[in-house]
Design a protein around this ligand. Structure first.
Ligand code: ZN
Ligand code: ZN
Length: 380
């Protein structure tokens, strides 16, 4: 595998024969195309006819041939394929059977080994078997919505081809997420798992500590690779700090998981609010201490609930309310000063009147119970 060469030879991506090489002895091309914002892959022969043969390097000279720079930062969103000038379109047609109307917006060809693809991925295996040597017959493989990262394709291909030295030690979270998406799509998580621990360890400092927009990326990564610690950490933040359904960002996160997190959020918010409003009702309807103390308790509770945006009562599904923020808002409500101001004059019991003792117990319990999810619940 050491002989595999993917280095650039100072050739721009405008070269019409340019392609990336994962395996210089590779017998097929994996073609990655962008069409109307979606990314497709397909397989193609290296030599389909004599005309093409004359424009392509032979396998034995492949390492000296011109290859495009498939560096870590390359992305489909960048210019990573030949411009669709007339000569290029002809070239495309000859090489890959695209008619002019059918030409993709962007295209990258990568030389790979069919054996390695089939060994690592049942999906590639199916594609290869169903092609029966004629790749033109197989439909393009549509990658999941939201996929737009060529670097991730290269990472996966290097993993699949056993090119361990070319697999980056560190990936940014977005690329890691796309690798997860691809590995799931091609059913080759097992091959990638070996690298996963290291990838996560090397970007530990980028794992969110609070709820952020990219938490979903981490949720998807943890879920896909079935990483219990990461999953628990991320779901803890999601359940406690989300203020509505966690956005999927177009990632194939199971709907059931998003729903479960949202159900937990609503359940806990309901639990806290219910306790608070039951207490208010109780104080309004029952005698607690003397009249002065009781009025002070009700007045203080109502004023503080209003100040915290909890009056009028928030409505189901409590959008905008996170459990964490509710714990803080209710937790910081102050007890009344009736013990100092009223009790000596009215001869009330020495112990003060508590405004919401049960609610404080609920707050502590919710806080303790709201840890992250176990992967085991999710039998989806
Ligand atoms: Zn009293
Ligand atoms: Zn009192």
């Amino acid at each position: 595998m050491e002989s595999h060469n993917m280095d650039s030879h100072d050739v721009t991506s405008r070269d019409m024969n340019a392609y990336g090489v994962i395996d210089p002895e590779g017998d097929i091309f994996l073609i990655v195309e962008e069409r109307q914002g979606r990314v497709y892959t397909r397989l193609s022969e290296i030599f389909s006819d004599h005309q093409v043969r004359s424009t392509l390097p032979s396998p034995s000279t492949a390492e000296e041939s011109e290859t495009i720079d498939l560096d870590e930062s390359s992305s489909l969103s960048r210019e990573s394929s030949p411009d669709p000038s007339v000569s290029d379109l002809v070239s495309s047609t000859l090489l890959d059977g695209d008619s002019e109307q059918d030409a993709p917006d962007k295209k990258t060809k990568i030389r790979v080994s069919s054996k390695h693809l089939a060994f690592a991925s049942p999906r590639f295996q199916d594609m290869l078997e169903s092609s029966d040597g004629e790749f033109g017959r197989i439909e393009r493989d549509l990658l999941p919505a939201g996929f737009d990262n060529l670097s991730a394709v290269l990472v996966l291909l290097n993993v699949i081809h056993g090119c361990a030295r070319k697999v980056p030690r560190s990936l940014d979270p977005e690329t890691l997420c796309m690798v997860a998406m691809l590995a799931e799509h091609y059913e080759c998580l097992e091959a990638v798992e070996v690298y996963f621990e290291n990838w996560v360890r090397n970007i530990e400092d980028r794992v969110p500590r609070v709820y952020t927009d990219d938490l979903s990326i981490w949720l998807y990564i943890a879920w896909t690779f079935k990483h219990q610690m990461l999953f628990k950490h991320v779901t803890r933040i999601a359940v406690r700090e989300s203020t509505g359904p966690v956005p999927t960002l177009d990632l194939p996160i199971p709907k059931k998981l998003i729903e479960h997190i949202e159900t937990l959020r609503q359940y806990r918010v309901t639990e806290i609010l219910k306790s608070l409003f039951e207490r208010l009702e109780y104080l309004l309807e029952h005698k607690n201490c003397c009249q002065d103390c009781d009025m002070m308790l009700v007045g203080s509770l109502v004023c503080q609930m209003k100040a915290q945006g909890l009056l009028p009562q928030p409505e189901d599904p409590f959008l905008g309310f996170s459990v964490e923020c509710l714990l803080a808002k209710v937790g910081k409500m102050k007890e009344t000063r009736c013990k100092d101001l009223i009790h000596p004059a009215n001869g009330c019991p020495v112990l003060g009147c508590l405004m919401m003792p049960k609610t404080r117990v609920v707050l502590n319990r919710v806080d303790d119970e709201l840890t992250g999810l176990e992967l085991t619940w999710c039998v989806l």
